[in-house]
Design a binder for this molecule. Sequence first.
Ligand code: 8OZ
Length: 369
Amino acid sequence: MADASPPPTLFSPARFGELALANRVVMAPLTRNRAVAGLVPSPLAAAYYAQRAGAGLIVTEATQVSRGAQGYLDTPGIYSPEQVAGWRAVTDAVHASGGRIVVQLWHVGRISHASLLPDGVQPVAPSAIRANAKTFTADGFVDVSPPRALALDEIPGVVEEFRSAARNAIQAGFDGVEIHGANGYLIDQFLRDGANRRDDAYGGSIENRTRFLVEVVQAVADEIGNGRVGVRLSPVTPAGDLGDSDPQPLFERAVERLDALGIAYIHMIEGATGGDRGNVAFDYDALRRRFKGAWIVNNGYDRTMALAAIDTGRADAVAFGVPFIANPDLPERLRQEAALNRADPDTFYGGGAEGYTDYPTLEDASAPA
Ligand code: 8OZ
């Protein structure tokens, strides 16, 4: 007899590896550029994330694994004791509110500017190919700096940065980590041939281009346990001026290799990040068939699409980005089919409490004035 438990809905609990989720509404990673001195998370971050603890899982904003991993102004890190202490306040607040939270570990690679890097050094990348992309610095939006190619003997050191950031994450009280393999940043630059022209063990064949991803995930899993590790991928997004000549077999193999590592979940951005879901024909189901862990989908989902994704079994959870900025109680609003607050793009990046911790819940809205 098959398992008699009812099929899950968007609001059913789930277990992804070692992560126990109260529901299948995930808060996607959202860059907010509000870190304070030392790239420590804002003192407001604890309240911001705790307000959103009704999510089955919170993925933090992308967070640098080292000083050299930064590509934008005022994004937080997780490599110094002060940053770990700042994140501890966040994880304590989320856990006190009954939530679960993982930190997204990030290295931007070529998407950076010398003014953001220690001693104004060049950004690093698989190959010395500059992206036609801008980043945000103290001087506003500027073209990214020309990168230099990582030497073969430097790569293990970058892998170690991810490992030590994962160790710090556990020390900071996180339930796990999500490795940022998406959106044209360093791991994605190794994966896709638009940025990787290496002729050593990290370039050329699919096996070689997936090597850096696998080494990072292996190191992090060795450090904190594979059941606490997720990976975000975006096979066809043009973000960061990155593309690949044949993404289907590349990402099928990447997912197979992640499956072999037994990680908790894959977080799949479908289409162009924050944009057209159908920019390129791509068979996501062929990827999912290669992975036994949990499958989180993302990009432009509304309530109807999210319910259907779980009901049909196409996904195990759905991640929402912008709707979570404006709706701290998003899972409750989805449950009740309540109206959603509209997000204000002017307060997405930088600033203080406005547009960060001041969006009302349904309860706030119904309270007498
Ligand atoms: C928006 C602005 C800056 C960075 C990503 C980490 O797209 C980002 C990001 C998003 O993954």
